[in-house]
Design a protein around this ligand. Structure first.
Ligand code: ARG
Length: 267
């Protein structure tokens, strides 16, 4: 789980537009601080034993540091993200990188937020929709990435505050999910409760306040959880369950509306 990830440096990270409620063109990141923050996240991944690959940043792509949205990958296949118009210039860079690395790549036929809305959880795929992902993508993912229909767990986030599923739900281990119930619509909550009931998944609830500080935007390999600072309750809940938790500063990256999870594409 997350043993190999793709990151992009923060060299050209800036706020040129506002495509989520956290972005404010009047509040620009300090680029040197953002680079240092991002490098600290990369070092934390490496210290946890994860293999980190790198794609160079492109000047015309101020959001490219959030590699999670580029695609979703399973085995040797990848489905590219189809982001909002402001981010479309990123797509060819990621397509070229993935193809050069030997992946078979499919272009998304509908709006799709990549791994921002597609979280692998053991043999399941937690599949977001309703904001940046068209629900019809779920069948495309199942078909191309070889999931059975019952392995796709559709989860709808209720507002732009949760514009990607990875702000509202986190896979901590194949049998442990942390989430903010109120970020999801009722049928989606029922589906998660069903995973608890039928498959024994442990569901960890997170407060709105901590989720709004991107507590759930974390990367876990099932043993070590790399997450933002500022969510002490979730950190304590995870430690109580036996996970090693590493908390990092994400002050600059959050200005773009993202954190630890968004800056890693799981390969
Ligand atoms: N500014 C970026 C956007 O709005 C942030 C993306 C964060 N990615 C994520 N997986 N939540 O597209």
């Amino acid at each position: 789980m997350n043993s190999e990830i793709l990151v992009c440096d923060a060299s050209y990270f800036r706020i040129d537009y506002e495509i989520n409620p956290y972005m404010d063109t009047g509040l620009q990141p300090d680029v040197r601080a953002a680079i240092a923050e991002h490098e600290a996240i990369v070092r934390a991944h490496q210290a946890a034993g994860r293999h980190v690959r790198h794609i160079p940043a492109a000047w015309e792509c101020p959001d490219m540091v959030y590699t999670a949205n580029a695609a979703v990958v399973r085995g040797s296949r990848a489905v590219l993200g189809d982001p909002p118009p402001e981010r479309k210039s990123e797509v060819p860079y990621f397509r070229d990188w993935l193809e050069a690395d030997g992946f078979e790549v499919l272009e998304a036929p509908y709006p799709f937020s990549g791994q921002g809305d597609a979280l692998a959880c053991g043999e399941l795929l937690l599949a977001g929709y309703g904001q940046r992902t068209d629900r019809r993508m779920h069948a495309v993912l199942a078909d191309y990435l070889d999931y059975d229909a019952d392995q796709i767990v559709a989860l709808r986030t209720i507002s732009a505050q949760w514009y990607d599923l990875d702000l509202a739900v986190a896979v901590v281990a194949a049998d442990t999910i942390a989430y903010r119930p109120h970020a999801l619509d009722e049928p989606s909550r029922q589906r998660l409760q069903g995973l608890h009931r039928d498959r024994g998944l442990d569901l960890v609830e997170v407060s709105t306040a901590e989720a709004a500080r991107f507590a759930l935007n974390l990367v876990s390999d099932g043993a070590t959880v790399t997450m933002t600072a500022g969510a002490p309750r979730l950190a304590a809940d995870l430690r109580a369950r036996g996970f090693t938790v590493v908390e990092l500063d994400t002050t600059e990256l959050r200005k773009g509306g993202g954190g630890v999870r968004c800056t890693a594409l799981t390969l």
